[in-house]
Ligand binder design. Structure first.
Ligand code: SIN
Length: 539
């Protein structure tokens, strides 16, 4: 049903550009991998917007790493495994907790300025972490600071060429190996980029949902193109909803960092009652899925579309100093978090599953790597521990670059099959506008494949998705059409994974199967184009 390529093309007739390493995406994973890879390779980095626009840029809370004297990698390992609800790959988590601190040192060497207190790196606490181990920058602008520092390095580096406003349509494979990608240029012409290694760093899929903390660019392009290319995709049913995004008329669903609760904020329902004690012993710092579902329950019982986040009992100066971005954003809408309770509600935030990789970040397709949110390294399991994603990107970015060094050169005749199938249907004119179809999909995903799921709704969602699949028979020319096709592909993967998994675990909650069932379901779900879902036992 979903074809191998989104568009028709004749590779032999297209202009070709050659590079050693093609990096797709410009968040922390893309920037860090490009910078490290450029030490020994020519690197071409492609971003569909600009170096400064990615999910990373909006990361607030920070980056988790064992720095404090009273902390240890064993504690970080344990916290990550508990949050991951039995689906983490322990070797991947070990790599994360042991190599994360060196990765942080590398970020500092590359110019990132983390916050310092009394001459030491400042550390905060977030949900489900047993110790203070979250580094941050400019209070709550950690992602922006990392992107600023790395983008400055990347854009000045002679070994890194950056193409912004370019859209990667598809990966090109030949004899089971990835040999590069088909790219649409800003003038809509196409070019074949041939590469010895291709690294997907294209981020997540927040735009699958009507309410998300992710920017517009998070349209699941990487996971969709890897699926079309035949890569194994793992655990897509696990979508994390952040418990607290701003929910106020006229305001965007702006992230209100978990670190606000880490610094003492309470959750209150609209009657003003604190409620987390009814749901979990760790109260406001319980795992994210529990907090998010507790909020939805309170919203339902009080007939409200939000709950409140209250940090008014903490000193005003501390709040402004620690959370300047959140403070200023709320003030823009007339909300003063030092004196007002902030209305918040859950929003889609992070995709735990993705392109299955080994411990070197390599996918099931040779020469194709995945790093950051697009990947499923095994670090996050069924539920990501807060602030582990930035650390994962640098640890696995480093490992990917090491692995690329040992890749043989491409055979000079390896260029992918020249002519792809020709579509008979017309261009998309006459159809409902893509923006409306995208909005309809996002609303359906919230209602039927959201925080709480059940078999009936999931089956209905599958039927609706199936009826949209005719898009793949049309000639797609605009980026927005291709993004929609990618979202649709990812929605299919998430929904079919959720329907398949008949239990509740981590971020995946089934009302009709409310318990975790380790005897039957402590395993991964794998999806591959033209094949039924298979289950993979834990290693
Ligand atoms: C936050 O600041 O709450 C987001 C951190 C994360 O999702 O890791």
């Amino acid at each position: 049903m979903i074809p191998q390529y989104l568009v028709d093309f004749d590779l032999s007739a297209l202009p070709m550009v050659e590079t050693d390493v093609l990096v797709i995406g410009s968040g922390i994973a893309g920037l860090f991998t490009a910078i490290r890879a450029s030490e020994h390779n020519r690197v071409l980095m492609i971003t569909k917007k600009s170096l400064l626009e990615s999910n990373t840029r909006y990361a607030q809370g920070g980056i988790a790493a064992v720095i404090a004297e009273d902390d240890s990698p064993a504690y970080h390992l344990q916290d990550t495994l508990v949050a991951g609800a039995g689906l983490c790959r322990p070797e991947a988590v070990e790599a994360l907790v042991n190599e994360g601190p060196d990765g942080v040192k590398e970020l500092i060497r590359l110019g990132t300025l983390f916050d310092v207190e009394n001459g030491e790196l400042a550390l905060t606490q977030e949900g489900a972490h047993s110790h203070r181990r979250i580094l941050h920058a400019n209070g709550d602008a950690t992602g922006y600071e990392i992107v600023r520092a790395l983008a400055a390095q990347a854009s000045e580096h002679p070994g890194i060429e950056v193409w912004d406003e370019h859209f990667v349509i598809d990966l090109i494979t030949d004899h089971g190996e990835c040999v590069g990608a088909l790219v649409q240029k800003p003038d809509d012409s196409q070019v074949f980029v041939k590469a010895r290694a291709t690294v997907l760093c294209s981020g997540g899929a927040g735009q699958l949902y009507r309410y998300t903390t992710n920017p517009e660019v998070a349209t699941a392009d990487g996971v969709a193109m890897a699926y079309r290319a035949g890569a194994v995709i793992r655990d897509m049913e696990f979508i994390q909803f952040h418990p607290t995004s701003l929910c106020y008329p006229g305001a965007p669903r702006f992230l209100v960092s978990e670190a606000v609760r880490g610094e003492g904020a309470y959750l209150r329902n609209i009657k003003g009652e604190r409620f987390m004690e009814r749901y979990h012993a760790q109260l406001e710092l319980a795992p994210r899925d529990i907090v998010a579902r507790a909020i939805v329950s309170e919203m339902e019982t009080t007939n409200s579309t939000f709950v409140y986040l209250d940090i008014t009992h903490e000193p005003a100066e501390m709040i402004k100093h620690r959370f300047p971005t959140i403070y200023e954003t709320c003030m823009r809408y007339g909300l003063d978090m030092t004196t007002d309770w902030i209305p918040v509600a859950p929003a889609a935030h992070y995709m735990m599953g993705g392109v299955k990789t080994d411990l070197n970040g390599e996918s099931s397709i040779g020469r194709l790597f995945a790093c950051g949110e697009v990947s499923s390294t095994g670090v996050h399991g069924a539920n990501r521990l807060a602030s582990n994603s930035l650390s994962e990107a640098i640890v696995f970015g480093h490992r990917i670059v090491e692995r690329i060094q040992s890749l043989p050169m491409l055979n000079s005749t390896q260029v992918g099959s020249p002519l792809q199938r020709s579509r008979e249907n017309e261009i998309m004119s006459g159809q409902q506008p893509i923006s409306e179809r995208r909005l309809r999909l996002q609303k359906m995903m919230v209602r039927q494949v959201g925080l709480r799921r059940n078999g009936v709704h999931l089956q209905e969602a599958m039927d609706k998705l199936r009826s949209e699949m005719n898009i793949f028979d049309h000639v797609l020319t605009h980026k927005e059409e291709m993004e929609y096709a990618n979202l649709l592909t990812c929605a299919w993967l998430v929904t079919s994974g959720a329907l398949h998994r008949q239990e509740s675990r981590g971020a995946h909650y089934r009302e009709d199967f409310p318990l975790r069932d380790d005897a039957v379901w402590q395993k991964h779900s794998l999806q591959q184009r033209e094949q039924a879902i298979v289950e993979e036992l834990m290693s």
